[in-house]
Design a protein around this ligand. Sequence first.
Ligand SMILES: Nc1ncnc2c1ncn2[C@@H]1O[C@H](COP(=O)(O)OP(=O)(O)OP(=O)(O)O)[C@@H](O)[C@H]1O
Ligand SMILES: O=c1ccn([C@@H]2O[C@H](COP(=O)(O)O)[C@@H](O)[C@H]2O)c(=O)[nH]1
Length: 255
Amino acid sequence: MSDLTATPERPAKPERAAKSKYKRILLKLSGEALTGDAEFGIDPQVLDRMALEIGQLVGIGVQVGIVVGGGNLFRGAALHEAGMERVTGDHMGMLATVMNALAMRDALERSNIRSRVMSAIPMSGVVEHYDRRTGIRYLTSGDVVLFSAGTGNPFFTTDSAACLRGIEIDADVVIKATKVDGVYDRDPVKHPEAQKYERLTYDECLDQKLGVMDLTAICLVRDHDMPVRVFNMNKPGALLNLVMGGKEGTLIDRG
Ligand SMILES: Nc1ncnc2c1ncn2[C@@H]1O[C@H](COP(=O)(O)OP(=O)(O)OP(=O)(O)O)[C@@H](O)[C@H]1O
Ligand SMILES: O=c1ccn([C@@H]2O[C@H](COP(=O)(O)O)[C@@H](O)[C@H]2O)c(=O)[nH]1
C-alpha cells in the first residue's frame, strides 16, 4: 500500500517556461464551478480535470499560485440573508475555501504535482499559515501553492483575495477561471443575448459595474496595474492556450 502521508517525489526541475507568455500566474478557481453537475459540494472529476490542466502548466515551468472560492459550500452574504450574523457567515465562507483547497491539493498530489496549502487564518496541524516570502519560495521551487481562507477578513471575496495574492507574489497575471467564457455587457447566464468583450479597461469594468468580479478586486488590480484574464474553466485546453499567449476569454487591463 502506498504511504498516504508522503508527498510526491519532486519532479526533475522543469525547463524554464521558454514559450509561455507568463512565468508566474495567480489562478482563481470558482468554488461554484467545483460542483460540476451537482448543486452543492465538490465533484472529484472536476478536481481531477483541473489537476491535469494545472499539471500541464507546471510541466512547462510556469509557477502557479491558486486561490479557490467557496461558493459551492458557503457564502457569508447568503448565510446572512438566511438570518445568520454576517461575520460568522463570512468566517464559514473562508473555512469553506480551506476545504476546497485541501480537496484541490489532494487531486494535485494524486497527479504527482507537488503542492502546498497556506491559510490566511492560522490552522495549526491542518495547513500552513500564510507567509508571503515562504509562498514565493515554494513557487520558485516549482510547487503549486494554494492560498486559502481568502484575505482572512470578513466582508471580502476570494476575487479580492486572488488579486491581493497575485499582487503580493508579483504574478504576471491574475487568471479567473469561471463558468462563463469571459466578461459580457451583462450576466450571460441571465441574458443569453449578452455580448462578450475581448478586452476591457479597469475603468470600463468599474463604470459599467460588470458583475463578473467584485469592484473591490477591480480597484485593487487597477491601482497596481495587474492584468486579469477571465476564461471558461470547462473548456479543455483553454488554460494552457491562454498561458501560451492565446486569446481566451476577456483581458482586463489599463488598455
Ligand atoms: N458581466 C458579466 N460577465 C460575465 N459573467 C457575469 C457578468 N455578470 C455576472 N456574471 C456572473 O458571474 C459569474 C462568475 O463568477 P464566479 O462563478 O467565478 O463566481 P464567484 O462568486 O466569483 O465564485 P465562487 O463560486 O468561487 O464564489 C458567472 O457565472 C456569471 O453568471
Ligand atoms: O477574504 C475573504 C474571502 C471570502 N470570504 C467569505 O468566503 C465566502 C466564499 O468566497 P467566494 O469569493 O464567495 O467564493 C465569501 O462569500 C465570504 O463570505 C471572506 O469573508 N473574506
